[in-house]
Design a protein around this ligand. Structure first.
Ligand SMILES: [Zn+2]
Length: 89
């Protein structure tokens, strides 16, 4: 992840611990993804609940970095909407 936006120069990590808020979004996205994967697996395989959840968790692991990045981007959008910071000139 870049330190600043290459286009407008906006500093992404405004202060230490800034991305702590993104963890809440990440948690929600992860829960939503795991439940979604579980439902899809259950529909197509009719496995037991335990097996379905274990496989959904295993399938989720490679998606974790993408969701972390996505949650940070969503966090920056949310933060800029509430408390905008002028990008560097
Ligand atoms: Zn920008």
């Amino acid at each position: 992840m870049h330190e600043c936006c290459p286009v407008c120069g906006l500093k992404f990590e405004r202060e230490p611990g800034y991305f702590l808020g993104a963890m809440y979004i990440s948690y929600g996205l992860a829960l939503f993804t795991i439940v979604g994967l579980s439902v899809l697996l259950w529909i197509y395989t009719k496995w037991s609940l335990q097996k379905t959840i274990v496989w959904a968790l295993l399938l989720f692991v490679p998606l974790a970095p993408v969701l972390t990045l996505l949650s940070r981007v969503l966090w920056i959008y949310l933060d800029q909407a509430i408390d905008p910071e002028k990008p560097l000139e």
